[in-house]
Design a protein. Structure first.
Length: 93
């Protein structure tokens, strides 16, 4: 059984220190089941980042992030937003 645990808000903000434009990657499988990286979780984190002066350039939630083909397709569709980002924040196992 896979279990994910999201880092604290403080840990995430510290890891993103000095980064302004953030792209978020969630997961529709394990992380969504554990409520650490599904769509509602990504949206909450995006709001937190915005409240701390970060710009969220976009987000994707592949059905299963660890399936490389799904993530690769999602990235290809969001190439411009990814290229405009300073960091990619991944909410997946």
């Amino acid at each position: 059984m896979i279990v994910t645990r999201q880092k604290t808000q403080e840990e995430i903000l510290k890891a993103l220190d000095g980064k302004k434009r953030i792209f978020i990657v969630g997961c529709g499988d394990c992380a969504a089941t554990c409520k650490t990286g599904g769509e509602p979780d990504v949206k909450v984190l995006a709001d937190i980042l915005k409240a701390h002066g970060k710009e969220v350039t976009g987000f994707v939630i592949p059905e299963t992030a660890c399936v490389a083909a799904q993530t690769k397709t999602a990235f290809a569709k969001n190439r411009a937003a990814l290229m405009a980002s300073d960091a990619v924040l991944v909410l997946a196992c």
